[in-house]
Ligand binder design. Structure first.
Ligand code: HEC
Length: 115
């Protein structure tokens, strides 16, 4: 009986755990799956998609969004991008540097100060 319980506990834990992501693989998948077409190679965003490099979303929220987007983005089901691949893409986006704050960009400051 104890063994059965232990087995159930372990399988439940494994099923619930998010797979660990691999950023290198994520980089390839970001290109293969076409995320770059709207979000840019560096996840910097473009006319067609939001900035997603160094995303502030949690992994859970990220996966939920990509599987069932609320806006103009096409959905990516687990038949197209598996959970493991999703974790890899997330790891890749998280490995990107965060954008500089606007106050640290000299040209923007010059424009703001009218020079
Ligand atoms: C056809 C263009 C297109 C493609 C391809 C695309 N996206 Fe998007 N994505 C969008 C748009 C547009 C938004 C902004 C939401 C909106 O206004 O519809 C968005 C939003 C997102 C967001 C939410 C950003 C936020 O902070 O709220 C995430 C995360 C995201 N995309 C990830 C991905 C990933 C990962 C892929 C590749 C598997 C991908 N997208 C492919 C167009 C695209």
């Amino acid at each position: 009986m104890k063994k059965v319980l232990l087995f159930l506990f372990v399988s439940a834990t494994v099923a619930l755990a998010q797979p660990a992501g691999n950023a290198d693989s994520g980089k390839r998948l970001f290109v293969r799956d076409g995320c770059w077409q709207c979000h840019g190679y560096a996840g910097q965003g473009s006319r067609d998609g939001a900035r997603i490099g160094a995303t502030a979303l949690t992994e859970q929220a990220f996966v939920r969004y990509v599987r069932r987007p609320t806006g103009a983005m096409p959905a990516f089901t687990d038949k197209v991008v598996t959970d493991q691949e999703m974790a890899d893409i997330y790891a890749y986006l998280k490995s990107m540097p965060a954008p500089k704050p606007a106050k640290d960009i000299p040209l923007l400051n010059q424009m703001k100060n009218g020079k």
